[in-house]
Design a binder for this molecule. Structure first.
Ligand code: SF4
Length: 511
């Protein structure tokens, strides 16, 4: 198996840490996990299809990207730090010829933002791309090391790759089932062998995975349905929790590898992570978020306000919904620099001190002298929201009423979303009134858990909602609670988001 690293002039090996550091480029939300994609199409340009698949999933991870291609005999992998368009160019795509491919965009939740943690990971004649986070990585890793297995990365996904290699004895269904019986946690996987493409979802269904059809005859897999649109694929169905889907030259077959433990789709996928044009549980997220805005306006009205503005981009549907239900005009009050994370030129200390202004510019004509409702999806640490409120007041707003489309985030996520440790979560330590004072808003209102699930139109027991209510559907071992960086071996690769001084607020990020 060949693993290639392109001498890309934009190679981010040495500067990728900087690129991902929200101290420099504060983000507005939790950091999403990762995006995975797979396609089996022997007569098509599979690498090109995979490129556009992961390009559509870029919002799920911006630290690294990679594609593995099978030519029917062996697997080639190309991956690097950076955005999809920085890692791949025409020459690389043309060099990756084959019958099937898997792709990955990464945001780290276990393991640092370094090149060796980029995916897909390959082991022997098998490659894997993972979205989610295992909770028994340490135990499995120690067990494998005791058997003489060597690890090259610091992420939990390598444990899956090593286990696939260990159990692979010919039948891919048996191999994957054996691995599923060992791993615990959140995982949606796409797996590539020389002859097969496999899609797998954990028995709780925490992370999404969808099955589609390309050109009427080939199959594809993706974290979100929005990856199907640019490649002209048709959505068939979601891969079920605990299910294995195998695609090869004979077509597609599926079976329930392990029983469903409990339906526990991540509620934050609905609130923030997934693209608004994606569908989960048959629900379009744009509609669900718009209804969250309706519920928010009912639960936390703001009488006499002049305008409702979103924190772009994810909160736009909810702000539209709030404006509709409250009959307060919707307006744009914040312009986001969409390309701020696409530059790798380091800002000066003075620019860094500007904080949120690096990313958000206020629109004075919308704000000056007005009573403004600002709709956002979440508050994690509280620092970014506070900076944003200051920016809006500085632009002349008379009152700033912050409305959040999720309940207070009080507990960390161990299933693939990076939202800091418990003691960094502002709602874990402070009342809503204390948070309001801290961020400097005139008023502050959070949507209730009941309001969120009512807006989606499903019972709360269909979802993981542990970061809100602390009820973790998959038990969390004590060692996992310590740190996502528990596997780190070198101090010099410590994730910059966890360095002293801490990252800026942000909403959750994911792996
Ligand atoms: S803890 Fe929160 S972010 Fe994590 S999977 Fe559950 S709902 Fe999603």
């Amino acid at each position: 198996m060949a693993v290639t690293f392109d001498p890309n002039p934009l190679s981010l090996e040495n500067i990728g840490l900087f690129a991902a550091d929200p101290d420099f480029y504060p983000d507005e939300g939790p950091k999403e996990e990762c995006g995975v994609f797979g396609v089996f199409a022997p007569n098509e340009e599979v690498a090109r299809i995979a490129f556009f698949g992961i390009f559509a999933l870029q919002h799920r991870g911006q630290e690294s990207a990679g594609i593995a291609v099978s030519n029917g005999h062996s697997i080639n992998v190309h991956k690097d730090m950076g955005l999809v368009t920085q890692v791949f160019n025409e020459k690389v795509i043309e060099s990756l010829t084959g019958i099937s491919a898997i792709g990955h965009t990464r945001y780290s939740t276990t393991g640092s933002s370094i090149k060796c943690n980029a995916q897909p990971l390959s082991e022997g004649e098998i490659a894997v791309a993972h979205n989610g986070n295992l909770v028994n990585t340490k135990q499995l890793r120690e067990e494998l090391i005791a058997e003489g297995v060597k690890f090259e990365t610091t992420n939990d996904s390598e444990v899956i790759a090593k286990l696939l290699f260990k159990y692979h004895r010919g039948c891919i269904e048996e191999t994957v089932k054996a691995v599923m019986e060992r791993i615990e946690g959140a995982y949606s996987l796409v797996i590539l062998t020389p002859h097969e493409l496999v899609g797998v979802r954990d028995p709780y269904g925490v992370r999404p995975l969808c099955l589609g059809k390309v050109n009427g005859s080939y199959y594809c897999l993706a974290s979100e349905t929005c990856a199907f649109t640019p490649i002209g694929a048709r959505f068939l169905r979601e891969v079920e929790p605990g299910e294995i889907v195998v695609i090869d030259r004979d077509g597609q077959r599926e079976f329930q590898a392990i029983p469903v433990k409990k339906h526990a789709m991540c509620l934050f996928e609905f609130i923030y992570f997934a693209r608004p044009d994606a569908k989960i549980y048959g629900k379009t997220l744009h509609q669900a978020r718009r209804r969250m805005g309706h519920e928010l306006a009912l639960e936390h009205p703001c009488y006499g306000a002049d305008v409702v503005i979103p924190v772009p981009d994810t909160s736009v549907p909810a702000a539209i919904g709030y404006a509709e239900a409250s009959r307060i005009p919707f307006g744009e009050g914040i312009i986001k620099n969409r390309y701020i994370q696409r530059t790798f030129i380091q800002p000066s200390q003075r620019m860094r001190d500007l904080g949120a202004r690096m990313k958000y510019s206020p629109l004075q004509e919308t704000l000056e002298g007005r009573k403004v409702v600002v709709v956002d999806d979440s508050i994690v640490r509280g620092t970014t929201t506070g900076k944003l409120v200051k920016v809006l007041f500085d632009a002349g707003a008379r009152e700033i009423h912050v409305r959040i489309t999720s309940p207070p985030v009080k507990n960390p996520c161990y299933y693939g979303i990076d939202m800091a440790n418990q003691d960094e979560l502002v709602a874990a330590k402070h009342s809503i009134e204390e948070i309001r004072q801290q961020i400097g808003a005139t008023t502050l209102g959070y949507l209730s858990l009941g309001g969120v699930v009512k807006a989606i139109g499903m019972h709360k027991d269909n979802f993981c909602r542990a970061c809100f209510d602390g009820k973790y559907p998959i038990p969390i071992p004590d060692d996992v609670r310590v740190s996502k960086l528990m596997l780190e071996r070198r101090r010099d690769v410590v994730d910059p988001r966890h360095k002293e001084g801490g990252p800026d607020d942000g909403s959750p990020d994911a792996d």
